[in-house]
Design a binder for this molecule. Structure first.
Ligand code: ADP
Ligand code: ASP
Ligand code: MG
Length: 440
């Protein structure tokens, strides 16, 4: 029988009521045999995500502070779900174990993974499914990538196509057998790995919005949902801030052509967004752009030097400095005698001065300047390559909104146009771009 892998995010599993919605969704289609749960998320805006509480426990314990009050909040969440659903999943014992483990001292990754682990045990009990611990069969490389043996090991564990399985998201194990988590939001990656290992026909990613919207709903009210988008478009958008799907969750399924459906646990009948390799002809014809996304936390290093263009190896030496300090960059716009690099602010944390000093000593620039805050916005769409006037539209919209553009970048793939603006102009710029491409 063909199978669908369903990953449910934190808000989809925040309490017993959400668990009930999840079971109804799983039971509504017999192909939905593999469930990948996240840890419980926020029940309301003011609530805490369970993963954040676990990180807090670890932080307190590591400096010898009392983590009991935070741990009590963790326990309460799991016990409440177990009781409300009338389950006997042994949560009290598991939590007791975890408490002891934290006192003994374990890694941050180990503690953080327990949100998904315990929620997975609850979900398996609730669905009457077999529980698979990803520590046994998701193998991660030192850089956090998936070890190719994973697909075989996991595929073997999931061999029975008539059985229902629950496999928690967010973690696997490293080469030494220790628990290793993905970066935040990483249950999306687990879901993609599981879908590939199970040779699923579809990877459903269930969340709290009806698919990917053409802009961040926290900035643009009533943003339009995308009916269909390509893997490449979604990778760009998610990397640039459309956090619905982790940007690393695309390649495991893209490489084998498994489509992704982004669906809303609270509105399961809404079609959501379908992510595929190539747009269907009617959608391709009618869409100019796929969407707009952005992030605020970038830094721009500007370097000017007379006759830079004649200095062979200038960029090579600049990138050498960044490499020596383990700094990766996003974009590198340049002119004849100037060059800028855009770096995510966290990349330079604690080393800005050292990096600038080394750039100064290595390249001897006429001017070296750091712009400490810049926001990037990406207008993304496969259709851009064949449509005239997209860039003009971007600049007219920003000029009319009186937003000063600090940088422009268009990748060779012509999949996106990126503009850099001051963080205080970010929301205005995003809304202006949305207005010109979607509302007009
Ligand atoms: P989950 O807990 O299900 O993994 P996330 O919080 O990771 O969910 O992702 C869903 C959230 O992403 C939405 O609630 C929304 O606030 C945010 N978001 C940001 N950009 C977009 C976008 N373009 N379309 C839809 N949601 C977006
Ligand atoms: N629970 C983890 C987090 O909060 C992973 C996830 O939800 O995808 O980041
Ligand atoms: Mg998420």
């Amino acid at each position: 029988m063909s199978r669908i892998v369903c990953k449910f995010g934190g808000t989809s599993l925040a309490d017993a009521l959400q668990f009930k919605k999840v079971r109804a969704i799983v039971e509504a289609d017999q192909r939905r045999t593999i469930v990948v749960p996240s840890a419980p998320g926020k029940r309301m805006a003011s609530d805490a995500k369970l993963t954040d509480l676990l990180y807090l426990c670890q932080q307190s314990a590591s400096v010898g502070s009392d983590f009991t009050p935070v741990f009590a909040r963790v326990s309460e969440r799991f016990l409440e779900i177990e009781q409300a659903l009338g389950l006997k999943a042994g949560m009290a014992d598991h939590l007791d174990q975890l408490h002891k483990t934290i006192i003994r001292g374990v890694s941050k990754d180990h503690i953080a993974s327990r949100g998904e682990y315990l929620n997975g045990l609850l979900m398996a009990a609730y669905l009457g499914a077999e529980f698979i611990d990803p520590q046994e069969c998701i193998l991660l490389n030192a850089n956090g990538g998936v070890h190719p043996d994973t697909y075989r090991m996991l595929g073997e564990r999931l061999a029975n196509t008539n059985k229902r399985y629950v496999i928690p998201g967010f973690y696997g194990r490293d080469a030494n057998g220790h628990i290793k988590t993905f970066s935040r939001g990483g249950s999306d990656i687990s879901g993609a790995i599981v879908a590939r290992a199970a040779q699923a026909e579809l990877y459903e990613n269930w969340t709290d919005v009806s698919g990917l919207l053409m802009a961040d709903p926290r900035v643009v009210a009533n943003a339009k949902p995308m009916e269909e988008a390509t893997y490449a478009e979604i990778r760009e958008l998610s990397y640039m801030g459309a956090t619905v799907l982790h940007d690393e969750a695309i390649s495991p399924v893209r490489e084998v052509g498994i489509p992704i459906a982004i669906k809303n646990t609270n509105a399961p009948d809404h079609p959501g967004t379908r992510i595929v390799n190539k747009l269907s002809p009617e959608i391709d014809k009618s869409t100019e752009i796929a969407g707009i996304a952005g992030k605020k936390n970038f830094v721009m290093i500007n370097i000017e030097k007379n006759l830079m263009n004649k200095e062979v190896g200038f960029a090579f030496r600049l990138f050498g400095v960044l490499e020596r300090h383990g700094v990766s960059f996003e974009h590198c716009p340049s002119a004849i005698d100037s060059m800028s690099v855009i770096v995510e602010a966290s990349q330079l944390e604690g080393k800005t001065e050292v990096v600038l000093e080394e750039i100064r000593n290595t390249l001897n620039p006429d001017r070296l300047e750091l712009e400490p805050q810049i926001a990037l916005i990406a207008v993304v769409g496969e259709g851009m390559a064949k449509t005239i006037g997209i860039a003009a539209k971007v600049f007219v919209a920003l000029r009319e909104a009186q937003v000063n553009v600090r940088l422009i970048n268009q990748g060779a793939s012509e999949l996106n146009i990126i503009v850099g603006v001051m963080p205080e102009d970010y929301e205005t710029a995003l809304r202006a771009l949305y207005g010109v491409f979607v509302n007009d």
